[in-house]
Design a protein around this ligand. Structure first.
Ligand code: CTP
Ligand code: MG
Length: 462
């Protein structure tokens, strides 16, 4: 019986508009190539049985190396594409299995395709022979003629912007391509365009999402980076795969520095509550992060007992509000020492252990890092430095499999904040345990070099 759903992942393009040494599908976001993120999304969907990747011949070995590094279950085949997108699509169709019923095409450079979109397309194929994905138009679209005179202003409610995946019954898309190649003169930009031209089926449109962007130009990487961070903090105690975030940490050993109170104490409490092994240290328990040897000593102590350290979280920080002129030079040294120097020292001391376990390091920034703020210039600039430092060390350690990320919480209800800002409306603050949970989720995630924003709603735009 024909009942399989196969995904043809199109990665045969050169990315000319994007430029750069490697085609855009191999650019790294969050420590992994774009195509790895896209494959991950498809792997997660229970509605897709298997995947065929279409690639430019020059990158065949590169692609296979990537596949070897990962343990994707659904990738069946890597085939060489053609000069045009249509030729690449066709090569994919030819590689499909006999018992395939539904075929989806997806641009490898749309890594934010959601499980919902994949599900909606596959389900819609039960009722329709062809399905497209599109989003509403915010702008008014005008159609012009060759003299640049407006010819038509179509009603906006009927306009959509096309995305991928696009899905078809196998027989329909095979027939579409048979006619397309026989014809030879048809100009289209996607697979639905061919089916429509030959009027082979009604093409039903399901909703895409604003986040399902296609990387086309260099600037798109900045947006992709940001979207990735927003996705990273989704959900509460369940991560995107719906797994318990503590589950992955049960067999692991963690060290939390700055666990004397606030977010650090919450992280330790939550980990212990869920049966995870976590050692917390603070100035009170003999780990002052101004002193490298004290950090080394506590890590050694944990290692001698457990024979492994899988992740280290540094939450220690100091906030002192006041204009720069009102802070003494000595106090400035102290603040820089804790807020910046301390994070650097914790990182250096942790790396030898994390290298052994291909572990994870997590530092803390603050939302003030993106823009310096009056009254805490030293603190906010130290946090900006930590973000820069995280990105640098993440790159240095990527080959070793060590992940380095930084959490960027919005204003959080902690004792340190209360001391500095007095009583504030709790509704305007993040709770410390929500930030702690985001941190716990971040240590087991597979990305690196990321600034993970934690916002009050922890929500994302659909
Ligand atoms: N594609 C393909 N084979 C081709 C051309 C394009 O598989 N001969 C794929 C691309 O890899 C991409 C998708 O089709 O996943 C959408 O194409 P586009 O954004 O145009 O990517 P590129 O063709 O790579 O970029 P450019 O047009 O800027 O060169
Ligand atoms: Mg192209």
């Amino acid at each position: 019986m024909k009942n399989k759903t196969q995904m043809i992942l199109l990665a045969g393009g050169k990315g000319e508009r994007f430029g750069g040494e490697l085609p855009k599908q191999f650019v790294k976001i969050a420590g992994r190539t774009v195509i790895e993120h896209t494959i991950d999304q498809i792997e997660k969907s229970e509605f897709i049985d298997s995947m065929i990747i279409v690639i430019n011949g020059k990158f065949y070995d590169y692609m296979n190396d990537l596949l070897l590094k990962n343990h994707f279950r659904k990738v069946k085949n890597v085939v060489i594409g053609g000069k045009t997108r249509q030729e690449s699509s066709y090569m994919g169709i030819c590689a499909c299995d006999e018992d395939t019923d539904k075929i989806l095409f997806h641009d490898a450079i749309r890594p934010f395709v959601s499980g919902k979109i994949l599900e909606d397309v596959v389900k819609a194929l039960d009722s329709y022979d062809a399905v497209d994905v599109a989003i509403e138009c915010a702008d008014t679209i005008v159609q012009i003629d060759d003299k640049r005179i407006i010819d038509n202003i179509p009603k906006r409610k009927y306009l959509r912007r096309g995305q991928t995946p696009q899905g078809f019954r196998k027989s329909v898309i095979e027939e579409a391509y048979r006619r397309y190649f026989a014809d030879g003169s048809l100009e289209v930009t996607d697979d639905c365009g061919i089916v429509r031209e030959y009027d082979l089926a009604d093409i039903y449109v399901v909703d895409g999402s604003e986040q399902n962007i296609k990387l086309t130009y260099q600037e798109d990487i900045y947006l992709a980076d940001k979207l990735f961070q927003i996705r990273s903090v989704r959900g509460n105690t369940q991560n995107e795969r719906g797994q318990d975030i503590y589950c992955a940490l049960k067999a692991k050993v963690g060290v939390i520095i700055g666990a004397g109170g606030g977010i650090g104490a919450d992280i330790q409490r939550l980990l212990e509550k869920h049966g995870c092994t976590a050692y917390g240290f603070s100035r009170k328990s003999g780990c002052d992060i101004n002193h490298y040897e004290q950090i080394e000593a506590v890590l050694k102590q944990v290692y001698e007992k457990e024979h492994r350290i899988d992740y280290v979280i540094n939450t220690a920080g100091e906030l002192r509000i006041g204009k720069l002129e009102s802070i003494s030079a000595e106090e400035i040294d102290g603040l820089i020492g804790v807020d910046y120097g301390g994070a650097v020292k914790v990182t250096k001391a942790s790396l030898p252990y994390l290298r052994q376990t291909k572990g994870s390091l997590l530092l803390f920034a603050s939302s003030s890092y993106t823009r310096g703020r009056a009254m805490y210039s030293v603190y906010s600039s130290a946090k900006a430095a930590i973000v820069n430092f995280t990105q640098a060390v993440a790159e240095e350690m990527a080959e070793e499999g060590v992940r380095v990320n930084v959490i960027n919480p919005e204003r959080t209800d902690t004792p340190m904040r209360r001391k500095n800002f007095g009583k504030e409306d709790p509704a305007t603050l993040l709770s410390s345990s929500v930030v702690a949970e985001a941190a716990i989720e971040a240590v087991s995630a597979n990305y690196t070099g990321q600034v993970i924003d934690v916002r009050r709603d922890r929500g994302v735009r659909k």
